[in-house]
Design a protein around this ligand. Structure first.
Ligand code: AN7
Length: 380
């Protein structure tokens, strides 16, 4: 059957009506890819010694990647944006505005263009990845670089929307959360159950809020029996939730999550606590290692912020976290399916930040166009 986007597909779970003008780029329906090589790697003993002692091996320790980079603008933001822009249009707004570390601006610009709305985006000067900036610009948004960080840009945007008739499309807009929760529906629809754990990056904390809401709603209507433990990861230089206070000058290579004062802070803690999960940090070095590991072991290219999921997964494995969870047998679900399922959310495509990819690997060797010269460097 032809996919019609998240609003059409999950209509009855969303705050829409027959009159809502649906603005869609057919977002959603992203692949849930089994990461067998990463599972093997984690269970090989190099990483996960605790796994062996608890009989977790790559047959009963299944890792899936929710590849949100395959959304129309290359990130999960499209799920929320289809709803936020459709509702802004329904409510008669002529313009939308957001602050963004990049992906929100790319998505807002694209959906606003499609809806015929003016789009204004405020980005922190100098720390938005090239791909995202190019998207916001090419879709015709008015892009304003502020001499400050994301948190300061969001403050200005909040003030503007209080005073002027412009719709705010950051994730403090509840429609964004509503749209984004469809990703948890998709995961459950594909697995036929909820995962035991979900691992994901946390920036402004809208996405962890959305996923948790989605899982809870699916449980309420009887679509799933268990709820996953929600494991969020912040970059260690931008980890306000973990540290327990706002970070004035957040720092990380993962520019998407370079956020010091998350808008959905409270809800992220709620998701963590209600689910029996955690929110922890990963260092930039761990993020880049995981970024390359994912690309080389699985052929999946995700941006650095998304690789925080994989870095987090590795960190949890090193601690024996899942082995302990298996031992505790969360709500009986592990026993019933006979394997532990962990879903890692890959929130954005690797092509968003080509500069980071190139900076993380060796430059290509330059040779003369002659077979001997080429064979000399190939070494087969
Ligand atoms: C790839 O675009 O905040 O915790 O302004 O782009 O819901 O904020 C992006 C966030 C993770 C964090 N991964 O999600 C923005 C912005 C990627 C992201 C996050 C973002 P939230």
């Amino acid at each position: 059957m032809r996919w019609k986007g998240v609003i059409e597909n999950y209509w009855k779970y969303l705050p829409v009506n027959k009159k809502t003008p649906v603005v869609t780029l057919l977002e959603g329906n992203t692949p849930l890819i089994e990461a067998k090589n990463i599972s093997k790697y984690l269970c090989s003993g190099r990483v996960y010694s605790a796994n062996r002692s608890s009989n977790l091996d790559h047959h009963n320790f299944k890792i899936y990647l929710k590849y949100e980079g395959l959304n129309p603008t290359g990130s999960f933001k499209d799920r929320g944006m289809t709803l936020a822009i459709s509702k802004a249009k329904e409510e008669g707004f002529k313009a939308v505005i957001c602050a963004s570390t990049g992906n929100t601006s790319a998505s807002a610009a694209a959906y606003a263009a499609r809806a015929g709305l003016k789009c204004i985006v405020l980005i922190p000067k100098g720390s938005t990845a090239l791909g995202k900036l190019s998207q916001a610009l090419i879709h015709g948004a008015q892009v304003i670089a502020v001499n400050g960080n994301f948190d300061q840009a969001l403050e200005v945007v909040r003030e503007i929307t209080e005073k002027y008739p412009v719709a705010l499309v950051n994730s403090i807009n509840p429609y964004r959360i509503e749209g984004q929760k469809t990703a948890s529906f998709e995961i459950c629809d594909v697995l036929g159950r909820a995962p035991d754990f979900q691992v994901m990056p946390v920036g402004n904390a809208g996405n962890i809020t959305a996923y948790w809401k989605g899982y809870k709603e699916y449980k309420k209507v009887g679509k799933i029996k268990n709820l996953p433990g929600m494991c969020g990861f912040q970059a260690s230089g931008a980890a306000p939730i973990v540290k327990g206070h706002p970070i004035k000058n957040p720092r990380t290579v993962a520019t998407a999550i370079k956020i010091g004062n998350p808008a959905s802070w409270k809800f992220a803690k709620q998701a963590r606590d209600e689910s029996g999960g955690l929110i922890d940090t990963v260092t930039d070095a761990e993020i880049i290692r995981a970024y390359k590991l994912l690309a080389t072991l699985e052929g999946v290219f995700a941006e650095p912020a998304s690789a925080a999921s994989i870095a987090g997964l590795i960190k949890l494995c090193k601690k024996g976290y899942f082995a302990i969870a298996r031992h505790d047998d969360r709500e009986g679900c592990i026993k019933s399916s006979n394997c532990l399922i962990v879903v890692c959310i890959l929130t954005g495509h690797g092509l968003k930040d080509p500069d980071r990819a190139i900076a993380s690997v060796k430059a290509p060797i330059v040779v003369e166009p002659e077979i001997d010269k080429v064979m000399k460097v190939i070494k087969i």
